[in-house]
Ligand binder design. Structure first.
Ligand SMILES: NC(=O)c1ccc[n+]([C@@H]2O[C@H](COP(=O)([O-])OP(=O)(O)OC[C@H]3O[C@@H](n4cnc5c(N)ncnc54)[C@H](OP(=O)(O)O)[C@@H]3O)[C@@H](O)[C@H]2O)c1
Length: 331
């Protein structure tokens, strides 16, 4: 049957302005790093995407290499867009990135103009799109002059292949430099995508200050520490979990100290009438620098659970102190 988006899709979502731009993003966005590749179940991927849109999640985040196999998450999104969501393109913010290894030879990774321009052309083909809303440089390149990488981002916007540009995994100093170059070129930096969650706080060491000062939005990735900050690993390692299936979340990440911290945080969340995942998302959204929290999900039920985070975004000072005290030994 043809998909018709829910008429209530904008009723419950919050939309936050991204830095000092004109663009608003949903407080919760969906990432397609895992669960959307050609080796995953297409009907489940489609289900998550349609559930997301039906509930106001207007932003989908991709990268050239998401899969497995690399590139196939973009193909999955392209298929769902074509079959179900074509009519809604103007209601969606779709981002992709280039920076990590995508193809053989000297032009298949990092930050040269050669790589970035051809990678985005490939991404657009895979997704069946004329443009993406946001194109990111996925990681800083120690060898390419930053002027070249930023000029490539500027060129891509001028060519109409992306509306905005962003940076990912750049530290505070690199972000300042990149933002200055982009501003001079006339293509402001819209957004920064760093890893940020209760267990990983490197961004608080200078980056958030730069983002605030320069008017750049912030969209933390792995807000649930890939699933650690949920009820997934409270007892054992479920066979269908990322830790059991993918090599990106290793068993060694689940030390006894970490499990103790997870159990304590889970108890706190229950006292707040939230799941741990909801509390982890709310904790990020209570930080004024954060525009949107970029979650992953292996089912639409998980996403549904995560969206309930929006019902309670307030923390008392004592709660914030307790979270810090619980996390301190595992930071
Ligand atoms: N820029 C970068 O370098 C970079 C790097 C990584 C990610 N990202 C982006 O950030 C997005 C999110 O990253 P992530 O997938 O690591 O995020 P995450 O939200 O920290 O982890 C998602 C995983 O947590 C589990 N989960 C989610 N909701 C749950 C719930 N309510 N209850 C129980 N378990 C739940 C699921 O694991 P199971 O599969 O075990 O069910 C899910 O796959 C990516 O898709 C990508 O777009 C960017």
């Amino acid at each position: 049957m043809d998909y018709l988006a829910s008429k209530k899709r904008y009723d419950n979502m919050l939309y936050n302005r991204c830095g000092r731009s004109g663009l608003k993003l949903p407080a919760i966005s969906l990432g397609l790093w895992h669960n959307f590749g050609s080796e995953d179940v297409y009907s489940n991927a489609r289900d998550i995407l349609l559930y997301a849109f039906d509930n106001g999640v207007t932003h989908f985040d991709l990268a050239n290499n998401y899969g497995p196999i690399p590139g196939s998450a973009e193909e999955t999104l392209g298929k769902v867009l074509k079959q179900d969501m074509n009519a809604y393109r103007d209601e969606l913010v779709i981002s992709t990135k280039a920076g990590y290894l995508m193809w053989d030879g000297p032009y298949g990774e990092w930050g040269s103009k050669k790589y970035l321009v051809s990678s985005l052309d490939q991404s657009l083909k895979r997704m069946g799109l004329e443009y993406v809303d946001v194109f990111y440089h996925h990681r800083p390149d120690p060898d390419t002059p930053m002027e070249e990488t930023m000029a490539a981002l500027d060129l891509i916007v001028r060519q109409g292949k992306a509306l905005y540009v962003g940076l990912s995994n750049y530290n505070a100093e690199q972000t300042q430099k990149a933002e200055s170059i982009l501003r001079e070129l006339g293509t402001p930096c819209l957004i920064h995508q760093p890893r940020y969650n209760m267990f990983d706080r490197w961004v608080e060491d200078g980056l958030t200050e730069v983002l605030d000062k320069r008017g750049i939005g912030c969209i933390p990735f792995s807000p649930l520490a890939q699933g650690l900050l949920t009820d997934r690993y409270l007892k054992e390692i479920p066979a269908d979990s990322r830790m059991a299936k993918a090599h990106f979340l290793k068993e060694s990440a689940l030390t006894e100290e970490k499990r103790n911290a997870i159990v304590s945080l889970n108890n706190m969340a229950q006292n707040r009438d939230q799941s741990l995942a909801q509390m982890a998302i709310a904790w990020l959204l209570s930080n004024k620098t954060v525009t949107s929290v970029l979650v992953g999900a292996s089912s639409s039920q998980q996403l549904a659970n995560n969206l309930v985070a929006l019902n309670n975004l307030e923390f008392t000072d004592e709660e914030l102190k307790s979270i810090d005290a619980i996390c301190k030994p595992v930071l």
